[in-house]
Write a protein that binds this ligand. Structure first.
Ligand code: DC
Length: 243
């Protein structure tokens, strides 16, 4: 294995980060890290144990009892807790809402950040979240920031929920996403921000395949990687800005 290399993908909910990070990691043969899964895990366990998510001391006392093990398969990144693979339980609208709440707590952020840095050590990684290019991996080789119109992001989130067998009202989904964005952007600790030097990609009018192809093109150019077969199919520059 060569030297560790890092690509970070940040952005608001529904901007296409997970699909892009998974596709990019697969195309490059790198490890995919989904940082949101750790915040979701803390939120899910807080609720299951009846802990008040506003009580930082109580949430902090829970953290040493959690030993999530990351894994990867065809579907991408997952966490295992006490030997059980987690999936749908971390993706409910309640866990999404509560994850954004516990993510405000400095103790939780420190715990997640430490885990992500440990996991990335010595590896080639594509990591996605809200503060990866700003706080967790400020020295990343390539920083991407994905964004999309609120209506587009809400529609994508609703489709995702439908695929998990949960229906839902588009207006309610849109309001929930807007509330989560506001919370993630306005918190004191590691708020969602465009990292300096990031390439901003507006994915509103791009297909997931176009976004992955464009990011792959950027990665191969910026990191001087050999282009994997089939790379570079995206129309260059569409929806793109550099900070
Ligand atoms: O990416 P996601 O929807 O799975 O993230 C769930 C919540 O976790 C999100 O609302 C904010 C929080 N989060 C964060 O604060 N920092 C990260 N790096 C990733 C997620």
């Amino acid at each position: 294995m060569g030297p560790a290399r890092l690509i970070t993908i940040d952005g608001p909910a529904g901007a296409g980060k997970s699909t892009t990070a998974r596709g990019l990691a697969r195309a490059l043969g790198w490890t995919y890290l989904d940082s949101g899964a750790f915040y979701r895990l803390v939120a899910w366990q807080t609720a299951r144990r009846g802990i008040n998510p506003e009580d930082e001391a109580a949430v902090a006392a829970l953290l040493p009892q959690l030993a999530p093990e990351p894994g990867a398969d065809e579907e991408g990144f997952f966490l295992r807790l006490d030997g059980r693979r987690l999936s749908g339980e971390l993706r409910t609208p309640e866990v999404s809402r509560e994850a954004s709440r516990v993510a405000r707590l400095p103790a939780v952020r420190r715990w997640v950040t430490e885990r992500l840095r440990q996991l990335a050590r010595g590896r080639r990684v594509v990591a996605e979240g809200r503060d990866l290019g700003t706080v967790v991996f400020p020295d990343a080789d390539l920083k991407l920031y994905l964004d999309a119109d609120l209506a587009v992001r809400a529609a994508r989130r609703q489709q995702e929920q439908a695929a998990l067998g949960a229906g839902g009202d588009l207006t309610a989904t849109l309001e929930a996403i807007a509330a989560r964005d506001a919370q993630d952007q306005n918190r004191t600790e590691a708020p969602l921000q465009v990292p300096s030097g990031a390439v901003i990609l507006d994915t509103s009018r791009l297909t997931p395949e176009e976004v992955v192809a464009r990011c792959l093109q950027l990665a191969t150019e910026r990191l001087h990687l050999a282009p994997p077969g089939g790379a570079g199919m995206a129309p260059p520059g569409r929806g793109e800005t550099t900070t």
